[in-house]
Design a protein around this ligand. Sequence first.
Ligand SMILES: CC(C)(COP(=O)(O)OP(=O)(O)OC[C@H]1O[C@@H](n2cnc3c(N)ncnc32)[C@H](O)[C@@H]1OP(=O)(O)O)[C@@H](O)C(=O)NCCC(=O)NCCS
Length: 203
Amino acid sequence: MIATDDAMQLIAPTLDLPAGYGAALRRGGSPDNLRPAVAAQQLAQIAGDPEGFCAGFDDPRGQGGPVTRPDGRRVARPPSIRRWIWDDGICGTIGLRWQTGTEALPPGCPGHVGYAVVPWRRGEGLATAALRAVLPPARAVGLRWIEVTTDPGNAPFRRVIVKAGGVFAAPDPLPRATGGRDAVHYRIALSAEGGGGGTGSAR
Ligand SMILES: CC(C)(COP(=O)(O)OP(=O)(O)OC[C@H]1O[C@@H](n2cnc3c(N)ncnc32)[C@H](O)[C@@H]1OP(=O)(O)O)[C@@H](O)C(=O)NCCC(=O)NCCS
């Protein structure tokens, strides 16, 4: 568990909780807004191999099998930590992925962090609290900053990044890893060296 000052907590899945997570998936909560099929895949895994499902949530050494990116490419799985966003029930998921020893994004990965809140719990500040809560673990794995990417029209997501300290970096300066969509990039500094985005601005 990652403790926070808020009622919100980030928790690692345990065997008594996948059922609650499965109920959230069936109700329409998806852990991946770019790949809706992930919800059905996870429900199948929870039904068939709940232990494996829980164990696979954390992979800080990147030892899992290859992952299929939104653009269809299969790439090596980067080190990652994933957590459930919890506040009186499962409210969503947040994941951090990185490459060891560098802030460069893992190949094919649009950002260091991805998150989603179930539709019926949005607007409560949960995504903002969750994003703030993954910053210390990101610092702990050696990152001096993180990059967060979304499509330009995702106003709630952009607002969450700014509230968590993100600074606008640029529109689409990186190879498009979001399946060909336009993208905007933000940086969140984790140390003085991280810089806070230099000439960037909050937008
Ligand atoms: C983006 C998302 C995670 C936000 O979750 P959330 O828990 O509702 O976020 P928060 O409550 O912390 O903050 C949302 C902010 O966006 C604002 N917002 C909501 N809708 C908005 C809109 N249409 N235009 C502008 N701002 C908007 C809210 O007012 C709030 O800002 P405020 O606190 O200054 O009022 C959630 O909408 C979601 O899961 N979306 C689908 C998945 C997704 O897009 N993930 C991002 C890609 S990885």
